[in-house]
Design a protein around this ligand. Structure first.
Ligand SMILES: NC(=O)c1ccc[n+]([C@@H]2O[C@H](COP(=O)([O-])OP(=O)(O)OC[C@H]3O[C@@H](n4cnc5c(N)ncnc54)[C@H](OP(=O)(O)O)[C@@H]3O)[C@@H](O)[C@H]2O)c1
Length: 406
């Protein structure tokens, strides 16, 4: 019998976590869940703990007691842990081979880096750490021998379209831009559904409510990424993630609006060929690909019926109505610490919007003003990344407290 693959699911109570667990339920003999993390949604975490009896569960420290009596009793090493240290322990547990990074936002940075440094196979949904310090993560992978597997749907699509040698350069952290010259990749295109406001006039977008911004027409996702999809900042973050994960220049990456969301991204080759990956818009497909790679395994999702899709449409994004995309491109071009500033300002602004403190239309204004004030510096290590992240959050909060976000 082949040995079971130990899995850590970081962010198990979220959208990526649920999709991952759905796929893992289809392949119970092949994978063993070693650790699970949630944060504040304790009832679902308790249910998952009873269902999978992992060795380790982590949550926000004050919620750990709410997990109740420990169902891991009697299991060697079975424990509940709180906070970031708990996430790091879940990601680096010796029985874990594969880590699914599904925490939302910069909160996943330390655990993702720890998983990479520990030489794990890391399935990357949590894009923000790769936006903030992708090169640091790639270098850590080269040193530890970790395997980086993109499962954000667009990046997974790009990965699937690459020749095997270039795939190895991505998983090992070398990146295709620097070494895979023979792969012949000239540029890539990330597709975007366009979000809930694709056809909305600028004035309506500016006064959109949280309920409207969270109502994504295609994908059912967590709150932060849903708002980012409505501003198109998500596509901007994905652009930076793609630069950092694949080692490409910002100028090599196109963004194309594709409302049907069945063509997930494309690679342009030097010989004029264009290869794309298609599938129904469901995260269980890229997650299943990442878990089974280099093999294929059932995801629980059927293939696309192209006759039902009928037609595929493509159009350029409207930067006037969606200025966040232009801000992200500027940050990608500026490089150094600028993407950290972009990400932190955006996280603060999205929180403020969801909390009713600013309007939807003010989100890009907060980010733009923070970027104007930010002095870019070279990134040295994790402590430096965290320091910049905290400084920018404090600046963005100050700006909003003073009441002139745009
Ligand atoms: N959802 C998608 O379809 C999708 C697609 C591509 C990429 N992604 C990326 O995947 C990541 C997760 O997205 P999601 O939609 O799954 O988000 P989500 O549904 O909001 O789930 C986020 C998870 O992170 C946990 N969490 C929240 N704050 C935390 C903190 N401070 N420390 C540790 N854990 C924390 C949450 O725990 P509690 O809920 O228990 O508080 C939850 O388990 C994001 O980076 C997103 O950009 C998502």
């Amino acid at each position: 019998m082949t040995e079971q693959i130990g899995v850590a699911v970081l962010g198990a109570t979220g959208s990526i976590g649920s999709s991952t667990l759905d796929v893992l339920r289809l392949h119970q003999g092949r994978f063993k869940i070693v650790s699970l993390t949630g944060w504040r949604r304790i009832d679902p975490l308790r249910q998952l703990s009873n269902e999978f009896t992992p060795a380790l569960i982590a949550a926000e420290p004050e919620h750990v007691p709410d997990l109740g009596s420990n169902p891991l009793d009697g299991r060697e090493g079975g424990c509940y842990l709180g906070g970031e240290d708990g996430l790091v322990a879940a990601a680096t547990h010796p029985e874990v081979d594969t880590v699914v990074a599904g925490v939302s936002g910069a909160a996943g940075l330390r655990s993702t880096l720890a998983a990479v440094q520990a030489g794990k196979r890391v399935l990357i949904a949590n894009k923000e750490p790769f936006v903030m310090c992708g090169e640091l993560l790639r270098n850590a992978a080269s040193e530890s021998g970790a395997c980086l597997m993109p499962i954000d749907s667009e990046h997974n699509a790009i990965f699937q379209c690459l020749p095997l040698e270039a795939q190895r350069d991505v998983t090992s952290g070398r990146g295709i831009g620097r070494t895979s010259e023979g792969a012949g990749v000239s540029r890539i295109a990330l597709t975007a559904s366009g979000g809930p406001f694709l056809r909305a006039p600028a004035a309506a977008i500016a006064r959109a409510t949280p309920a409207e911004a969270l109502a994504h027409p295609i994908w059912n996702m967590g709150r932060k990424i849903s708002v980012d999809s409505a501003t198109l900042m998500n596509k901007g973050l994905e652009l930076i993630e793609a630069c950092n994960l694949f080692g490409l220049q910002e100028s090599q990456i196109d963004i194309i609006i594709h409302p049907q969301s069945v063509l997930h991204s494309l690679v342009y080759f030097d010989d004029g060929s264009l290869i794309g990956q298609m599938g129904n818009p469901d995260m269980r497909i890229p997650i299943s690909h990442g878990l089974a790679y280099p093999k294929r395994a059932a995801s629980g999702i059927a293939g696309i019926n192209l006759s039902e899709v009928g037609q595929l449409n493509f159009e350029p994004p409207d930067i006037e109505r969606f200025p966040s995309l232009a801000l992200a491109r500027e940050a990608a071009k500026a490089g150094r610490s600028t993407p950290i500033a972009l990400n932190a300002a955006n996280e603060v602004a999205v929180d403020a919007f969801l909390g009713g403190l600013i309007t939807f239309g003010e989100i890009p204004g907060v980010v733009a003003r923070v970027l104007e004030r930010h002095e870019p510096s070279e990134i040295t290590d994790l402590a430096h990344v965290v320091e910049i992240d905290l400084e920018v959050r404090s600046l963005a909060n100050d700006m909003m407290r003073r009441g002139s976000p745009s």
